[in-house]
Design a protein around this ligand. Structure first.
Ligand code: PMP
Ligand code: GLN
Length: 382
């Protein structure tokens, strides 16, 4: 038998793969893995069909110029900042690749990378694969998962290479304010620390708030890889299209990595998006669209033993079940999928050390009828 030492001996298949497979197996309503339960705009499908003729060879390594231009123009007008198409924008195969390439182009063996738990499942293994040391700072449900900036400052060492941040936050739906950007800038000012900012839910921010992108703060922007995804904004998670916006000195290192990961991303998809991005209505209505779904889903739990936690952005709603069961969240998520046929994601898997919270994450990017039926089953349980 051929054997070799696993590079990731403790890594298992992701919770998203596991719970979506269970949902399929048990015929459950799948509110686990985060993806829309509805299709994208037919106009975008038509654009793809159009560009599938004559645009089927390799795209330029950094991305099709038309898409980089559309993205630079969109980002520039949305945040009122200049963005350089040539030197600051790279198109990649999903935010997953953007984060991977950002980590691997700057993290060397022994470098520390700070992340806040619950942290998106890909961050820690990506840092370890680069030889880096993940430094986890746990956030507390009792503080609505807000960051304690003094605690962050205490975790910085001479070996800190980068800090990974994510707002709107998966899995909690916590969202940074402009004051958070200022506080963050105070912590990193005068250091050589880089920032990897995962902003895939930038257009899903509720209750009239504006997305506090690190792009808006010069002290942060000058050291940040901003990782984005077209999947969340345009209901096309299956296209696996994303991007990285970063200053020139970071973009040039980022592209050196990206060229070895995928070299370039799917050409016809890039052309279709280049046209589609030009219409602001395609993303400006997204927050309202999802806020209605959040409110519909959350309102179903009024008067029940489920406790609805705040969701200020993203398409996730966390529910606390401590008044219902003492089971571990991984066990309850399993049981709910099998017994009442509603699949969710246990939040503890996003922690290095399980805080023992009793919280499940539900994706509300689903048709209203699905949300109502799922909520009905959950309330009956309580
Ligand atoms: N970061 C976060 C916080 C996410 O939720 C996701 C996917 N849902 C990604 C990154 C990956 O995005 P993509 O599908 O574009 O690779
Ligand atoms: N980001 C999605 C979620 O949080 C899942 C993406 C994936 O399955 N890798 O559910």
């Amino acid at each position: 038998m051929i054997t070799f030492p696993s590079k990731q001996p403790h890594v298992q298949t992701t919770i998203f793969t596991k719970m979506s497979a269970m949902a399929l197996e048990y015929g459950a309503l799948n509110l686990s893995q985060g993806f829309p339960g509805f299709d994208c705009d037919p106009a975008l499908q038509e654009l793809l069909q159009h560009y599938s003729k004559g645009h089927n060879q390799y795209a330029p390594m950094a991305g099709v110029p038309a898409l980089r231009q559309s993205l630079a123009a969109k980002t520039s007008s949305f945040y009122s900042i200049p963005v350089d198409t040539e030197t600051e924008v790279t198109i990649v195969s999903g935010a997953t690749e953007a984060i991977f390439s950002a980590v691997h182009c700057c993290v060397s063996p022994g470098d520390e990378v700070i992340m806040f738990d619950p942290s998106y499942d890909a961050y820690d293994p990506m840092v370890r694969l680069a030889g880096g040391i993940p430094v986890h700072i746990p956030l507390k449900a009792s503080r609505n998962f807000a960051i304690d900036w003094e605690e962050l400052a205490r975790h910085i060492s001479p070996r800190t290479r980068a800090i990974m941040v994510n707002s709107p936050h998966n899995p909690t739906g916590a969202v940074w304010s402009m004051a958070d950007l200022d506080a963050f800038a105070e912590v990193v000012k005068g250091t050589k620390i880089l920032i990897i900012s995962d902003e895939v839910y930038e257009h899903i921010v509720f209750d009239g708030a504006q997305h506090a992108s690190v792009l808006l703060h010069p002290e942060l922007r000058k050291r940040s890889f901003v990782c984005g995804s077209f999947g969340k904004t345009y209901h096309i998670t299956g296209w696996k299209m994303g991007y990285c916006i970063a200053p020139e000195f970071l973009t040039s290192e980022f592209r050196k990595l990206h060229q070895w990961v995928t070299f370039s991303s799917a050409t016809p998809l890039q052309y279709a998006l280049a046209d589609y991005l030009k219409e602001p209505a395609h993303y400006l209505g997204l927050s309202d669209f999802y806020q209605k779904k959040r409110d519909l889903f959350a309102s179903q739990f009024a008067g029940s033993a489920w406790k609805v936690l705040p969701s200020a952005g993203s398409f996730f709603q966390c529910l606390d079940y401590s008044a219902i069961s003492s089971e571990k969240d991984v066990d309850l998520a399993d049981r709910l999928t099998r017994e009442i046929k509603v699949a969710s994601i246990p939040v503890s898997v996003f922690y290095e050390t399980d805080p023992g919270d009793k919280i499940l994450r539900f994706c509300f990017a689903k048709d209203d009828a699905v949300l109502l039926e799922a909520a009905k089953r959950l309330v009956q349980l309580a």
